[in-house]
Design a protein around this ligand. Structure first.
Ligand SMILES: NC(=O)c1ccc[n+]([C@@H]2O[C@H](COP(=O)([O-])OP(=O)(O)OC[C@H]3O[C@@H](n4cnc5c(N)ncnc54)[C@H](OP(=O)(O)O)[C@@H]3O)[C@@H](O)[C@H]2O)c1
Length: 346
């Protein structure tokens, strides 16, 4: 058994890690922190966990030593505390953006702020297990990827690695409200958020930097852009990616690339059916699961290869893939705690 604590456990990502770990056979939860709810029952903030735990939130100042610490703070916060936090745990998985980008200058360019702990950047391994399995097994520090970056990288990786596409890649991302976290704002206020199909970020999305970092080693001059739209859903993320197939590429070759890379991956499913309602990936049926579903269609008229990827932003997009990484770091079977198959109908 390992002793695990969650720093920032009142938030959506921290709460989701707790939900998953409470059923993990190799983990004891030692502490969960919150400044705002310190001293209160966890189930008051995460009501789905009633009768699953009687844990009480600790104040972050009361943190004790543990084996592994999950850090689930808003972007830009964990770099303020990391030097201190690493004295409390041998292994750390940070879910925020602070340690995802290896280059300090790239972080500062995209996040428009100075990095406060650049000396730790090289210690973190980018936490997409499917790309970095061997490094994650050996490291003590993992940076949890962004959710748009996760589904986009996983959807594109086989196509780029097998040299099947060229030119500009346009990622059209449809986002849910839980991606913005627990803290309310004017834009999350119910009358403003309900029913929206809001062009949230037509250009300049910061996860572009992670996609370039992770896929550039497999491509010359990667040209990629994200347009993000906020939809009226609480969980889930869908990307429709418009790519240009290289001349003469067939669907058979695309299938082969996906099969080669993902046939043995427990959490990636290629979804491309000839009939039925769920012919392509659909975030609705992925809620609570650690799956990333990927589909595609060749548009021979406009010479496009359209790729569709879906995840639950809070599971494969953050907490689930962080637990997947933790399993690797301790030599546990990779799927432990992540077996939930989802619900249908939902
Ligand atoms: N939401 C998603 O879908 C998603 C997907 C991928 C990655 N992530 C990443 O996960 C991280 C957490 O996101 P979230 O959506 O869970 O955010 P959130 O709901 O706003 O939760 C943030 C947590 O951090 C705590 N916190 C904030 N500032 C703190 C500070 N200075 N010291 C100690 N605790 C502090 C908050 O607790 P108190 O205020 O109660 O102390 C809360 O528990 C982010 O970095 C985000 O990039 C989120």
């Amino acid at each position: 058994m390992i002793k695990v604590s969650i720093y920032g456990a009142s938030g959506y990502a921290g709460g989701e890690i707790l939900r998953i770990l409470l059923s993990h056979p190799k983990v004891t939860i030692q502490q969960v922190t919150s400044r705002k709810f310190s001293g209160q029952l966890v189930s008051q903030v995460h009501p789905n966990l009633r009768k699953k735990t009687d844990l009480i939130f600790s104040h972050p100042d009361q943190l004790k030593k543990c084996d592994l610490l999950f850090v689930a703070l808003p972007n830009g916060e964990s770099m303020k505390y990391m030097t201190n936090l690493k004295t409390f745990a041998k292994k750390i998985i940070d879910l925020g953006a602070d340690y995802r980008l290896r280059e300090q200058a790239v972080f500062e360019n995209w996040y428009k702020q100075k990095h406060l702990n650049p000396e730790m950047l090289e210690k973190f391994v980018y936490g997409i297990v499917e790309l970095h399995r061997q490094e994650i097994k050996k490291t003590s520090y993992v940076a949890g990827p962004g959710c748009e970056a996760t589904v986009s990288i996983l959807s594109l990786y086989p196509l780029i690695k097998h040299n099947l596409i060229e030119g500009k890649i346009i990622i059209d991302a449809k986002m849910s409200s839980s991606q913005a976290g627990l803290k309310p704002s004017f834009s999350s206020h119910h009358p403003e958020r309900s029913g929206v199909v809001r062009s949230y970020m037509p250009s300049g999305h910061r996860h572009t930097a992670e996609i370039i970092q992770e896929l550039s080693p497999f491509a010359n001059d990667l040209d990629v852009a994200i347009s993000a739209t906020a939809l009226d859903m609480v969980r889930g993320l869908l990307v429709t990616i418009h790519t240009v197939p290289k001349n003469g590429i067939t669907e058979k070759e695309v299938w082969k690339a996906y099969r080669t890379e993902y046939a043995n991956e427990p959490f990636i499913r290629i979804v491309k059916e000839r009939q039925g309602l769920y012919r392509f990936p659909e975030p609705k049926i992925l809620q609570g699961t650690n799956f990333c579903d990927i589909g595609f269609e060749m548009d021979t008229v406009s010479k496009r290869l359209v790729v569709i990827g879906a995840i639950d932003n809070l599971v494969k997009g953050t907490a689930g893939q962080a637990v997947q990484a933790m399993n690797l770091m301790y030599g546990f079977p990779e799927e432990t705690g992540l077996e939930f198959p989802g619900l249908h109908p939902i």
